[in-house]
Each structure stands twice: as structure tokens, then as C-alpha cells.
Design a protein around this ligand. Sequence first.
Ligand code: FAD
Length: 320
Amino acid sequence: IEKIQEAAANGRTVFSFEYFPPRTEEGVENLFERMDRMVAHGPNFCDITWGAGGSTADVTLDIANRMQNMVCVETMMHLTCTNMPVEKIDSALDTIKSNGIQNVLALRGDPPHGQDKFVQVAGGFSCALDLVQHIKAKYGDYFGITVAGYPEAHPEVILGEEGATEEAYSNDLAYLKRKVDAGADLIVTQLFYDTDMFLKFVNDCRQIGITCPIVPGIMPINNYKGFIRMTGFCKTKIPAEITAALDPIKDNEEAVKAYGIHLGTEMCKKILASGINTLHLYTLNMEKTALAILMNLGLIEESKLSRTLPWRPPTNVFRV
Ligand code: FAD
């Protein structure tokens, strides 16, 4: 995280890759092959998610260790409070500390499957703020702490098409500030497709005195169904022009991917033009779209890409 803060301060553009733990051993091995190829392009850090409800705890811990010590990339592990009494939280933090991992994304987590509300487990925490406070109190400055930010407000307070009310949005921001004041060093945002809304969010954060870097979470569109599922789950606003562009091509996998690369590139260009120089890519464990976007932005070398990527992205950016 220090590296991100340094980069943010000196104007260098940096990027990072997020992965999730695959379900099978074979999937894990495939992920590491892909990660090796992607890390060759020099991400600032890579992170691994903590499966909903703590379902992947052991695999996540294992993958995080391999990322830090075998792939040799600065690693951030996600950690949620769902189903986690404090002993389990400490055991996870002690494990990554003993493996030399210094970055944690502190989250509340979603309710486990089949439950619609988050319920605090006995001896556990009720929100990410509790977790940040705990990490600071117990581990001092050892960990760089990242927290989640929501440019459209947290999905629990979004009311259908209209989004969140002004009041709910301001409460969300005020709460985000409390997480930062409690010791978070960095904010990574929820995915979004309305770049103006993200830029407004950054501005609103600055207005209330949040000064740490705010890293946009970019989820490239890899396929239509996945895009609809994720945006539905997160209640993400989809700008009309994106719906209009996707509708006629939704059954054409290659065209959707090419559009995803085009859109991701344009969103990132706009973000970088605003002076923000950190990009976080939700890879969904896929390399093509994320690397193609970075190549279009000139952040990775094309010559290196052709050696590391079995598939070449279209150089004409986007034509459907
Ligand atoms: P919190 O920061 O605790 O906030 C949740 C909501 O409750 C906010 O609206 C906040 O305003 C409100 N709130 C909570 N406490 C208070 C309070 N004391 N006072 C006022 N308002 C309060 N989920 C996973 O299971 N695993 C992952 O690895 C994972 N990674 C993620 C990474 C990112 C970048 C993001 C954005 C989300 C991720 N999630 C993950 C999803 C996340 O767990 C959910 O969005 C969850 O519902 C909220 O987590 P949080 O840490 O944002 O919660």
C-alpha cells in the first residue's frame, strides 16, 4: 500500500489485479499460470478475495501465501467479518503476518447464502469499521489497511432505478470517513460503469476530508450474462449508451468482449485524465480483457503481451 501511496504522490500510473479462489485444485493451478503471466506486466499489487461467508478461508490463505512468496507480488488479502469470531479473524491475520503479507482489505462481508441480512456472529464484529479498529489496535502499523467504497452508495441503501437518496449517500460517505479515520490507508471502490458518478464520489469524499487514495474498481465486461448478473447483484447503474451498445451484440461473445475492452479503455482514459493514477482491475480470473485494456492505455508493452498472451487483442480497439 505504501507503494500505491508513493505512486499516487509522484504521478506514476499504477494498476493492480484482483482474483478470486477457484473451486478446484486444477482451477488453482490454472490461476497461478495466468497470474504468473499477468504479474510479468508489473502490477503494483494483486489481491485475493475471501469467499462469501468465509467459505474459502483456507484456500484464500493458501493462495495469498503463494502469491506473496512464490509469485513474488505484493499481496493484499480480503477478510470479512461474516461467520468470523475474533479468534478466527486473529488466526487469519496471524497466518498472513507470519507469511510476510502486509496488506488487508477489511470488509464486513455479505450475509451467507440463504440469509438476506448480515448478522453479527457471537464474539465477532458488526461492520468493517469494527474490523479496521481491531486490526489497528492489535497489529499497530504492521498492516496496510484498505476498505471498500461505494460510488453509488452501498447496495443495501439503493432503491431501484433511482439509486440511493441523498441522505443515504451522505450517511454512507460519512461512515466511509470513519473507516479511514480509524486507520484505513486506501479505498478501493465497488465496480461502476458511470464514470462521472465515480468522479463525483471522489470529489464528495475530498469535500468531507477523506484524503487517502481512492482506487477505482474496474470490472471489464467479459461476457453478457456475467455482466448482467454482477450489475444486478451490486445494483450498479448501467448508463443507457452501454445498454444500447450491448443489446444488439449480446449473443456474440467476441463482439461483447471487444466492446468490454473498448468500454474499459474509455472509462480508464477518462479517470486518468481527471488526475487519478491508480486503476484496480477486477479480473474475474481472466487475463485477456484486463491486459488488452492496459495495452490500449499504453501501461503495458505490446511486445511483452504477445509473448505472454496466447490471444492477441484487436489493435483497432473496437469495431462491431
Ligand atoms: P461496511 O463498511 O461495514 O458497510 C456496509 C454498509 O453498512 C454501508 O452502507 C455502511 O454505510 C453501513 N454501515 C455499517 N456499519 C455502520 C455504522 N456503524 N454506521 C453507519 N453505517 C454503517 N465480499 C466478500 O464476501 N468477500 C470479498 O472478498 C469481498 N471483496 C470486496 C471488495 C470490494 C472492493 C468491495 C467494494 C466489496 C467486496 N465485497 C466482498 C462485498 C462486501 O463484503 C459487501 O459489499 C458487504 O455488504 C459490505 O462490506 P463493507 O466492508 O463495505 O461493509
